[in-house]
Design a protein around this ligand. Structure first.
Ligand code: NAP
Length: 262
């Protein structure tokens, strides 16, 4: 179900990192259903191939690149490949991320570095390379997928919260530096999102009930994809440098209490 016109992103090309699984695949599907040519990128070729045939089966024009976004040379190769294969790039969705729930003492030095490398450095690598190669010339959009909890203390997520706080900061700086080139840069912060690896990992540890939010239910991947789509359209033409929570109100609910239904 969409409230947007089907051809909204016609003749646009979109790159979605981590676009073979979870929220990223739903974003790729949603941009593709609205006319964009979509390129998905991540490390595991089998997931990329499976997602590509699934999306192609739905009539979406999709290609893939195997790329570890932590590695600058791989990112440069992907951007060159997009130039050779597709010729343009208008929309960049930095969605790829690493996560595992663990207390600070349970995270290895390498584990902490790895999450910061994927979420923060990966977002920087892809944004910089895409801006220099494409967006600087013709304008475009960057949307970073972040999280809604990094401005608070959050147990089991020291590595992710630190990385996502950096992503939020990078979002604002990119918005300021790239704005004069017609590039809008925003971030979307999903709350607990149903049917994702991310939420699965949390359901295996003792945490609060993710459905406890003012709207009373766990969000869907489509809820996140809809906000990403909105930000890449002219409906959001004066919006840049913003981090938008799509979390059913979790982040503004001070007491996290469910109200009794009438
Ligand atoms: P997911 O299914 O685990 O997706 C993560 C994707 O990132 C995978 O496709 C993975 O593919 C890719 N990736 C990981 N490391 C990479 C690397 N070094 N280079 C390139 N790609 C890499 O995650 P998700 O739950 O859908 O989450 C998507 C986004 O939403 C993330 O930014 C996450 O932080 C955010 N988020 C999710 C939730 C939630 O409830 N799920 C809540 C808040 C925020 P490969 O392993 O094949 O590389």
């Amino acid at each position: 179900m969409t409230v947007f016109r089907d051809d909204l992103l016609k003749e646009r090309t979109a790159l979605v990192t981590g676009g073979a699984t979870g929220i990223g695949k739903e974003i790729a599907r949603t941009l593709g259903r609205h006319g964009a040519r979509v390129c998905i990128a991540s490390r595991k070729q089998e997931n990329l191939e499976a997602a590509t045939s699934e999306l192609e089966g739905e009539g979406i024009e999709v290609s893939w690149f195997a790329c570890d976004i932590r590695e600058g040379d791989q990112v440069d190769a992907m951007i060159s490949g997009i130039r050779d294969g597709l010729g343009s790039l208008d929309i960049v969705i930095n969605n790829a991320a690493g996560n595992f729930p663990a207390p600070i003492t349970g995270i290895s030095y390498n584990g902490f570095r790895s999450v910061v490398d994927i979420d923060l450095r990966g977002t920087y690598n892809v944004s910089k390379a895409a801006f220099e190669a494409f967006l600087k010339e013709r304008g475009g959009h960057i949307v970073n997928i972040t999280a809604p909890f990094q401005n608070m203390g959050v147990s089991l997520q020291a590595h992710v919260a630190a990385a996502k706080a950096g992503v939020d900061s990078l979002t604002r700086t990119c918005a300021v530096e790239f704005g004069p080139y017609g590039v809008r840069v925003n971030a979307v912060a999903p709350g607990a999102t149903a049917d994702t690896e991310g939420l699965d990992r949390f359901e295996k540890v003792e945490t609060g009930n993710p459905a406890v939010c003012p709207l009373g239910y766990v969000g869907a991947k489509q809820d996140i994809a809809n906000m990403v789509l909105f930000l890449t359209t002219d409906a959001a033409s004066y919006v840049t440098g913003q981090v938008i929570n799509v979390d059913g109100g979790t982040s503004i609910d001070a007491f996290k209490l469910s109200l009794p239904k009438e």
